[in-house]
Design a protein around this ligand. Structure first.
Ligand code: G6P
Length: 368
């Protein structure tokens, strides 16, 4: 079959713009929209109520998806979550209880470190799940339960639509675990399912900011170092933003939990340093605002991704802001992923870099 770029310059742009559609389809497989309930089309390999810990394992962007999901599983299912890099997990030989659950996330299902970690977990008697895009992959075959993300073929080396489809599946699983563990009521489940159903439309709105993101990317393309800050689920998004910018534009970037600013990165801030603050609606927004004031006081160039009210409140401190529509906080990270991806994409394109095929990187790392 033929995969082409359609009207886009790069596969990456096409894949970014496909997200409202593929995320909607992915959610449709795991949620019953009309009943306002999670409806997994399979039985889980463990009873979520019988385990006291969930291990999540992956590499690269899939690992970032696991870090976001940790917040959801903890909040909605009340379960302790460890998120592990597969390249560490396989050699650290962590203690794992037999009949516990390890969940692997991998777009390709072929990443060597992930497969080695899978085999380690199985040898320890863990039940295993694979959140995969390639349904015929080794991970899908070897785990106890493969959960497809159905993002469609992803060509761009830097993962985009697979990331948000992973999040769609992980959010659905977190709600299913929450229900089985009686950690959320039917009403809360219905509200959260409703919030998830709103995500594709909000993503489509975020995509309309494309040309504004491109303007910000022009500024960013002159930077030597960029800092991304976020709290809660926006923290892994800050890590993902920095990863994307590094791999695509070769600009050095770091993601930090906003509250860690004072423990190190604040020393780097001067008037040459762009600081991108990812600030979706959140109960701790006030804390993020004080971090922004700390950056502004040291002359840092603040770029805000947030809602209109926040942008108004911090207008004096901020150099540029990218304003997104109001939304509920719980799954806002899925929507805020869009400007984060677009920013890295456009920075690379402005700089004349190959956004689909960054140097030294491979789509699937099948050797160690
Ligand atoms: C490579 C790719 C990344 C991807 C990572 C994990 O580094 O460039 O985009 O996130 O591998 O790949 P996986 O197929 O396991 O999700």
């Amino acid at each position: 079959f033929l995969i082409d770029k359609g009207n886009y310059r790069h596969f990456m742009a096409k894949e970014i713009h496909e997200q409202p559609e593929v995320v909607g389809l992915a959610l449709g497989h795991y949620l019953d929209f009309s009943a306002g309930r999670v409806a997994l089309p399979f039985a889980l390999p463990v009873n979520p109520a019988s385990i006291d810990r969930l291990t999540i394992c992956g590499c690269g962007t899939a690992y970032m998806a696991g870090l976001v999901a940790k917040y959801w599983f903890e909040r909605f299912a009340g379960i302790e979550v460890n998120v592990e890099l597969a390249s560490e997990f396989r050699y650290a030989e962590p203690p794992l209880k037999a009949d516990g659950l390890t969940l692997f996330i991998s777009q390709s299902g072929e990443t060597a470190d992930v497969l080695a970690s899978l085999r380690y977990a199985k040898a320890r008697g863990q039940k295993t799940m694979g959140v995969v895009n390639v349904e015929t992959s080794t991970l899908a075959r070897e785990c106890d339960l493969a959960v497809p993300i159905r993002a469609g073929t992803e060509i761009g080396v830097a993962s985009t639509k697979a990331f948000t489809c992973q999040l769609a599946v992980l959010a659905s699983l977190a709600l299913a675990f929450g229900r089985e563990r009686q950690a959320i009521s039917d009403e809360t489940e219905a509200r959260l399912v409703g919030e998830l159903m709103a995500v594709p439309g909000l993503m489509a709105e975020a995509l309309r900011k494309d040309s504004l993101v491109e303007q910000i990317a022009r500024d960013l393309s002159h930077a030597h170092d960029v800092l991304y800050l976020g709290r809660g689920t926006a923290y892994p998004l800050a890590l993902e933003g920095a990863l994307k910018l590094k791999e695509l534009s070769y600009i050095h970037a770091e993601g930090y939990a906003a509250g860690e600013l004072k423990h190190g990165p604040i020393a780097l801030i001067d008037e040459t340093m762009p600081v991108i603050v990812i600030a979706p609606p959140s109960p701790v927004l006030e804390k993020t605002i004080s971090n922004m004031e700390e950056v502004a006081a040291r002359g840092g160039k603040l770029i805000l991704i947030g809602e209109a009210g926040l942008a108004r409140d911090v207008a004096d401190e901020v150099k540029r802001s990218l304003v997104l529509s109001p939304m509920a906080p719980d799954f806002a990270a899925m929507v805020y992923a869009i400007p984060v991806q677009l920013l890295a994409y456009h920075t690379a394109v402005v700089m004349g870099k190959d956004a689909d095929q960054p140097r030294n990187l491979a789509k699937s790392v099948t050797v160690e």
